[in-house]
Design a protein around this ligand. Structure first.
Ligand code: AP5
Length: 275
């Protein structure tokens, strides 16, 4: 009996000492620098014209300190500079068609490789818009040993988009958007931040919108199917007011965090071989 008591005491002291060391290690991890990937985000926003991609993406950028890459904005910047690409792209954009896959894939690749802001992750707005673009994105990420975390679809009925698109006002230099009714600037046709004039996009009229929607349903809807098969697709009701849409996005991020936590990233889970 004496031997068993001694052995239990000895084992208890080992357990106590290990427990103390685990707590100390966990404490030093909490206080230390966060792992680089902890707040990194790699996601895409899919949705028809006017769904709210450009409205929500800057908030995600602010939350995660990542880059916001909008292929539409990049193309409009080429149009503004009157480059050869810009001139060609403008014709296609005003007709509601899609610019060639090679051009937009090249633009995204260049940004992911060279834009310092993308080191903290990225949010892609308006890309990928075709299945070949989605496949190219996967290949680009594979080369960097990365994967996408979220493919979020902003779902909304076409009928609600006419008012959104025809009332949109844009500050071209920053990409900030307003709406004449739903989100008016403080001073008519004037950017709240810089005081510069706002414009209407040349493709923001009812006729071009009809074509843009047809293009979306034909060429971009299959991209939704592509991501539904990967398990990272989530849908949000984008007909809600912008604050509610943002809350739905936050729920997606929170659920993801909770999932990562329950799969175990602490020292004990490491000891148990769970992470
Ligand atoms: P792009 O610039 O990407 O246009 P889009 O996809 O048609 O999307 P929008 O910018 O019109 O809509 P959004 O969802 O950002 O809406 P927003 O938040 O501003 O592309 C333009 C063109 O470039 C394409 O047609 C194509 O030719 C070419 N292109 C781009 N990418 C390409 C690619 N990958 N491949 C090939 N070609 C490509 O909101 C709209 C308005 O509604 C705003 O006024 C806003 O204030 C308001 N609003 C937003 N959310 C709400 C809400 N919840 N309630 C009420 N109002 C709201």
């Amino acid at each position: 009996m004496g031997y068993i008591d001694d052995e239990v005491k000895r084992l208890q002291s080992i357990v106590d000492s290990l427990d103390g060391r685990i707590k100390a290690l966990e404490k030093s991890q909490i206080g230390g620098p966060k792992p680089k990937t902890a707040e990194e985000i790699r996601m895409i926003l899919i949705g028809p014209p006017g769904a709210g991609k450009g409205t929500q993406a800057p908030k995600i950028k602010e939350k995660f300190a990542c880059c916001h890459l909008a292929t539409g904005d990049m193309l409009r910047s080429q149009v503004a500079k009157k480059t050869t690409l810009g001139r060609e792209a403008k014709k296609i954009m005003d007709q509601g068609g899609l610019v060639s896959d090679d051009i937009v894939i090249g633009m995204i690749k260049e940004e992911l490789e060279n834009n310092q802001e993308c080191k903290g992750g990225f949010i892609l707005d308006g890309f990928p818009r075709t299945v070949p673009q989605a496949e190219s994105l996967d290949a680009m990420l594979r080369e960097r040993n990365q994967t996408l975390q979220h493919a979020v679809e902003l779902q909304i009925d076409d009928a609600l988009l006419v008012a959104r698109i025809t009332g949109r006002l844009v500050h071209p230099a920053s990409g900030r958007t307003y709406h004449s009714t739903f989100n008016p600037p403080k001073l008519a046709m004037t950017d709240d931040v810089t005081g510069e004039p706002l414009i209407q996009r040349s493709d923001d009229n009812a006729e071009a919108l009809k074509k843009r929607l047809a293009t979306y349903h034909k060429q971009t809807a299959p991209v939704v199917g592509y991501y539904q098969n990967t398990g990272i697709w989530k849908a949000i009701d984008a007909s809600q007011e912008p604050g509610q849409v943002w809350k739905s996005l936050l729920t997606i991020f929170d659920n993801d965090k909770a999932k990562a936590k329950s799969s175990g990233s602490g020292i004990l889970s490491k000891l148990a071989g769970r992470s």
